[in-house]
Design a protein around this ligand. Structure first.
Ligand code: BMA
Length: 858
């Protein structure tokens, strides 16, 4: 307690005053005994809640696996139907005696009419909202009936489409696949955009009760929400404000107390008068020398567990727990000699954001398990990331996801759920969006991981209202229509959303990603020297990977390259007859119209294009790994001009060819290993010039390090042609050009048959090492390797020891069952050197015969 000073004051805002009875909150979960029934049809069965109609039909054997082969096509009838979900639940007399009973749906997807004991109590129309309705008057002792009528989102969408004076652009809405021709109806419905299809996702416009249902009953007093404001946080002092929203049913006196961690009371028995209705009570207090929350790589993500308790004079108590990390964070946009910075400052430290864009983990959200979340966040941590961007075409994620980000120091760039479309801005829509923002910002605002709220994905760039450019959208409309649509855009992204963020949080808001400045006129371009950038020249415009070095952004919030999942993952949806990337099944699992074409073109520049199907899958991954690795290195070398690199995308929502670095089964693609390497805290990165090689060292460390850089140039069989040691100081949090190697000075040097090895050591410990080549892989004079493999058991761990007589590029080790997981893979193997790979998971027994290789052949 010695560290804590308390000041107390109470603001009784809103309306209202005092009074209560005894009991605290009782929560009845209503997630059992549900059934579903097709309206005007025969499909019926037991339902899972939380769930979706597609997964219910699947569990009851009424449809085939939606992800298998081309099954998606045959399942488009489901979204044209209405469905009724029903259950019963028991209410006891104690619950009935409570003053208030609220039926709480944490997620209804989407147009849902809710009947309690035959009485319509709620009409919902937004998947992203939390729906609460007071139902005390409709409850009875014993069995109660709950019915949820889910209207077809397609029928509702078409009604709204028909009422609209014009159609709206929505590039990724795969209306044709749903049998709707050109009618892009997704924009009218507040539902996850990717349900309507995306360029990496199938079209399953599902319905369901997708999050938990609860009956929450209380008497006299209830804490509706707690927010711990952090107006001042330094390592010396945290000045906090505990903002508690308390509801009472009549005026009363109350005591509010706050405790944290070990139960120490911070502000005991603070007396307040509560008025009938909602009261906001603000209690300021200070913590001396707080343990700050740091992002991955900078320090520990320390958390504090607070508990707020309100006890009214009549004896009733309401408590709420909240976990908070104490940190100061801001988006720094300051004019500088090059333009304007765009970077995150955490506890006074300018952090280079290393990370990826994140999409929902499944087309059918309720089947995403805590294990899936654990895995994705762990994959980010393992790859040295400190940021994920929750992208706007999906959902405001589950609380558990943000808990994991909090506990692992992963900062979250949080989009509001708007992507690649224009949206109507009528009053009903604006109200709906406002409430959606309030619900989600309130739910998520105590998470220290969330560092930014962003209005939308790519709409400012696509619409490009204020100057020539964009995606050809505005040209489709009359001047008046354009004005009206722009008005809606401004109302949402420069009105409703920033107002909610301003009112309810302390965080910065950024209207659209990408944008070159806050005001909507600042449309981003690849050359912008301010704001954030989505650089898709590589991929869409056929720029070479080398161009990642040309287009340097202040903050690269998107860029990417596709690959196929590995053969084992492909086998989850394809049979041997489909093993051709142009087959119906493989193209059904490749949603980018230009995807295969792009992969082939880029392959032909850097590698040989193979005929063999399995080899093609493997090489597509090697290619993606090369591209993403080169991009990350270019962005980090450009620090501090560039202060962030988030590639598109870390995960998948089904098994598919996509830009992901881990597939639907969370298997690491070659790219994820490359990302892990490129995001290491200290990076050696070399760039080829005409007769020289420029060597950079980039460091995210917060102090200088004395080190030795050993440089070798060797031939394919490991003969060293050149060697040099340099004593260097790796400067903290910066990128530096260390030296330039003149290749003319190296005897017998030949670009095609030589390569460099860089090793960085400090006090006898290897910090990092790196191989560097002077020509594209297809031009390297690789020899046929003899690879030796042995298995070693040591200190309870299993290792694969691999050795080769000559350089091996991108050695991929796998077993037929894809059962083992290694701590490194797709790596280059130095001639004559034993590489010791730790086996993280395997099927027993692991034997050498069961290990297969793939590597780059000439
Ligand atoms: C970006 C994203 C997504 C898309 C990806 C790949 O524009 O915002 O909309 O899936 O590119 O095309």
């Amino acid at each position: 307690m010695k560290n804590i000073t308390v000041f107390v004051f109470c603001l009784c805002l809103f309306n209202g005053c005092v009074q209560q009875g005894e009991g605290s909150m009782s929560v009845l979960e209503i997630n059992k005994g549900w059934t579903y029934q097709e309206v005007d049809g025969t499909h019926t069965g037991n339902a899972t809640v939380p769930g979706t109609i597609h997964t219910d039909l699947l569990h009851n054997g009424q449809i085939e696996d939606p992800f298998y082969r081309t099954n998606e096509k045959d399942l488009q009838w489901i979204d044209k139907k209405d469905w009724i979900y029903k259950t019963t639940f028991d209410v006891d007399i104690e619950t009935l005696r409570k003053d208030v009973s609220v039926l709480n749906f944490k997620g209804l997807d989407t147009y849902a009419d809710v009947y309690l004991n035959g009485k319509l109590v709620l009409k919902a129309n937004n998947m992203h909202r939390t729906w609460s309705v007071e139902v005390k008057d409709f409850l009875k002792e014993g069995k109660n009936q709950l019915k949820v009528y889910l209207h077809s989102p397609i029928k509702k969408g078409l009604e709204l489409y028909d009422q609209s004076a014009y159609a709206y652009p929505a590039n990724n809405d795969q209306s044709e696949n749903g049998g709707l021709g050109e009618k892009k109806i997704s924009v009218f419905t507040r539902k996850a955009g990717y349900h309507y299809g995306w360029d990496w996702g199938p079209r399953f416009v599902t319905s369901g009760i997708w999050r938990k249902v609860e009956l929450r009953s209380w008497s006299r007093v209830n804490i509706e929400s707690v927010f711990i404001r952090q107006p001042v946080v330094t390592s010396e002092l945290a000045k906090l404000l505990v903002e508690t929203n308390i509801k009472v049913l009549k005026e009363t006196e109350a005591e509010v107390s706050i405790s944290y961690e070990n139960g120490d009371v911070i502000a005991a028995n603070t007396k307040v008068v509560l008025k009938n209705g909602l009261n906001k009570v603000v209690i300021p207090f200070e913590i001396l020398h707080p343990n700050l929350w740091w992002s991955n790589g900078l320090g520990d993500p320390n958390m504090y567990d607070f508990q707020v308790q309100v006890k009214v004079k009549e004896g009733a108590v309401s408590t709420q727990k909240v976990s908070v990390g104490l940190r100061s964070v801001k988006l720094v946009r300051e004019p500088d000699k090059d333009g304007e910075s765009f970077l995150f400052e955490l506890n006074g430290v300018r952090v280079f954001a290393k990370g990826a864009n994140y999409i929902p983990n499944d087309s059918f959200l309720p089947r995403v398990t805590p294990k899936d979340y654990d895995k994705v966040v762990d994959d980010a941590v393992q790859a040295h990331m400190n940021m994920l961007r929750v992208w706007g075409g999906g959902i405001y994620e589950d609380d558990y996801f943000y808990d994991l980000c909090d506990r692992n120091g992963i900062m979250v760039w949080q989009d509001f759920m708007f992507a690649c479309s224009m949206y109507p801005g009528n009053d009903a829509m604006l109200q709906n969006i406002k409430q959606e923002a309030i619900d989600n910002v309130t739910r998520l605002r105590n998470h220290p991981s969330i560092v930014l709220w962003c209005g939308n994905n790519e709409i400012n760039t696509a619409w490009h209202y204020y100057s020539a450019g964009g995606w050809g959208w505005k040209e489709r409309y009359t001047k008046e229509q354009q004005q009206e649509m722009n008005h809606a855009y401004i109302d949402i992204f420069h009105g409703v959303l920033p107002e909610v963020v301003e009112d309810l949080t302390e965080l910065d808001y950024w209207p659209s990603s990408p944008q070159a400045g806050y005001e909507p006129q600042n449309h981003a371009s690849y050359e912008s020297t301010s704001g954030d950038t989505h650089y898709w020249g590589v991929w869409h415009a056929l720029h070479r990977f080398e161009d990642f070095d040309k287009y340097k952004s202040r903050f690269m919030s998107e860029y990417g390259f596709q690959s196929f999942p590995d053969f084992k993952s492909v086998q989850s949806y394809a049979i041997p007859a489909d093993y051709d990337i142009e087959s119906d099944v493989m193209t059904a699992h490749q949603r980018s119209g230009i995807g295969n074409l792009r992969i082939k073109s880029y392959l032909s520049w850097y590698y040989q294009v193979p005929d063999d199907f399995e080899e093609f899958l493997y090489l597509s991954q090697v290619l993606q790994a090369k591209g993403i690795g080169m991009a990350i290195e270019a962005h980090r070398r450009a620090m501090p001009y560039c202060m962030g690199s988030l590639y598109w995308q870390i995960n998948d929502c089904w098994p598919v060819a996509s830009w992901s670095s881990t597939d639907y089964y969370h298997k690491w693609k070659a790219a994820h290993y490359a990302v892990k390497k490129a995001f290491e805290p200290v990076l050696i990165s070399a760039v080829n010039k005409s007769d020289s090689v420029a060597v950079y060292v980039v460091s995210d460390l917060q102090s200088d390090v004395e080190a030795t850089l050993n440089i070798q140039c060797m031939d394919m069989d490991g003969h060293v042609l050149y060697e040099k040691n340099n004593n260097i100081v790796i400067q903290e949090n910066t990128s530096a050009l260390l030296l330039s190697l003149d290749t003319k000075e190296i005897k017998n040097f030949n670009k095609e048959s030589c390569f460099f090895v860089f090793r960085l050591e400090s006090h006898g410990e290897m910090i990092t090492s790196r191989l560097h080549y002077l020509v594209h892989t297809k031009d390297l004079r690789l020899n046929v390797p003899q690879i030796e493999l042995s298995i070693e058991e040591a200190q309870g761990e299993t290792y694969l020891n691999v050795k080769s007589n000559t350089l091996v590029r991108n050695l991929y080790l796998y077993d037929d069952q894809s059962a083992f997981v290694l701590d490194d893979n797709y790596f280059d193997l130095l001639p004559g050197e034993v590489q010791r790979i730790r086996v993280l998971r395997h099927n027993n027994p692991l034997d050498v015969e069961g290990v297969n290789f793939r590597y780059i052949r000439r």
